[in-house]
Design a protein around this ligand. Sequence first.
Ligand SMILES: [Zn+2]
Length: 96
Amino acid sequence: MTVIDLVEPGELRRQARTDAFEEGTEDARAGRVTMLASGPTSVIALVGGVRAETVEMSSTAAGLSWTCTCMEGKGIMFCRHAVAVAADAWLRFPSR
Ligand SMILES: [Zn+2]
């Protein structure tokens, strides 16, 4: 499974609070995501303007593993930055 497969829109919407989902997708549309490294099974990206957060996502045997440097980055629900990285990936690969 690739990272993008694991963060398809419906799944992400279920795993993020509504405000985080909306803010994160807006961050992606506004171009506030900078991919530092991206491959099929792992992604590292910077998200944000004044204060950027670093998000790392990887596909593991147990599913998606992710971390973010923000306050909510160790939570169960996706933070807006994790949503932004996933949304940015969909925008880059619209055929998926
Ligand atoms: Zn975050």
